[in-house]
Design a protein around this ligand. Structure first.
Ligand code: BV8
Length: 231
């Protein structure tokens, strides 16, 4: 039975009230990406970066999964083949909707990382650089987030999944951030059918075989219903 690989972006959490990055009024229009989402920015001003992610962690905790997250849970549960979910998002709405396996390629607000020894642990609601690492005791705590210029997590695993996908779907992503934006080209080269579900055309729309346009809470459940009806 067909293997489905799904990539989600900020658009799937938009209707849960979490901001996207590049839409009007998006996160990157309010903050300077270089200041809050790069290692250099963290080195310059760790308190500013922790304030930025502490605020986003609070927003994410106050948000709730929406019908799009829930539809993907149904697909993972009821699809007779393998379903692999890769997300660029750092919120935990997929998990809170009940999704069992989520690959967070850009890290997670829910985890902390020691910049000295690489240890990971569950993030406190409010994190600070002076929190001591539970493993090595160093006070070099950072959010476990992949910043610009850093290697995303699980890239080898993700590439293997895409190479063996029969269907690749990108949901709610503008296709402007690499290497995630390159996944559809890899899926096409691997012979997968590719579908884009988005509120509006993205940078990569021309790379997809099929497009379903509209808000995720409408187009994702409809897409999942059609898939399960065809299973
Ligand atoms: C790296 C964590 C090198 C931070 C993020 C070519 C190859 C490789 C790298 C590069 C390259 N060219 C340039 C680069 C560098 C860079 C990059 O891509 N820059 C861009 C800006 C040009 N990439 C990197 O730095 C990556 N690392 O390359 O490392 C390396 C190599 C070897 C060894 C070591 C290192 C790391 C990138 C990861 C950065 N971190 N996130 C945080 O979240 O705070 S990326 C950031 O953008 C966000 O996290 C987000 O996840 C990601 C993607 O954004 P989207 O999810 O697409 O969101 P966006 O707002 O853009 O779009 C929203 C979409 O939703 C829209 O399409 C909209 O229409 C749609 N939508 C809105 N509402 C709805 C909706 N859809 C449906 N329903 C709705 N209701």
């Amino acid at each position: 039975m067909r293997k489905i690989v799904i990539l989600t972006g900020a658009g799937i959490s938009a209707e849960s009230g979490l901001g996207t990055f590049r839409d009007a009024g998006g996160v990157w229009s309010q903050y300077d990406l270089a200041e809050v989402a790069t290692p250099e920015g963290f080195a310059r001003n760790p308190a500013l970066v922790h304030d930025f992610y502490n605020a986003r962690r609070a927003n994410a905790l106050a948000a709730h999964p929406n019908a799009a997250h829930e539809a993907l849970v149904r697909l993972e549960r009821d699809w007779p083949g393998q379903v692999v979910l890769v997300t660029q998002n750092i919120d935990d709405l997929h998990e809170r909707a009940g999704h069992r396996h989520v690959i967070h390629m850009h890290g997670e607000l829910a985890r902390a990382l020691c910049a000295a020894c690489g240890a990971h642990w569950p993030a406190p609601e409010k994190m600070s650089a002076s929190d001591p690492c539970p493993e090595c005791g160093t006070r070099a705590t950072r959010p476990d987030i992949v910043w610009f210029g850093e290697m995303p997590y699980d890239m080898d695993l993700i590439q293997r999944h895409i190479d063996s996908a029969d269907l690749f779907a990108a949901i709610g992503t503008s296709g402007q951030v690499f290497p995630a934006a390159g996944f559809v080209m890899q899926a096409n080269a691997a012979g997968a059918e590719t579908v884009e579900l988005n509120l509006e055309p993205s940078e990569l729309s021309g790379m997809f075989d099929i497009r379903r346009e509209g808000p995720a809470t409408r187009v994702v459940p409809a897409w999942v219903n059609d898939l399960l009806a065809s299973a």
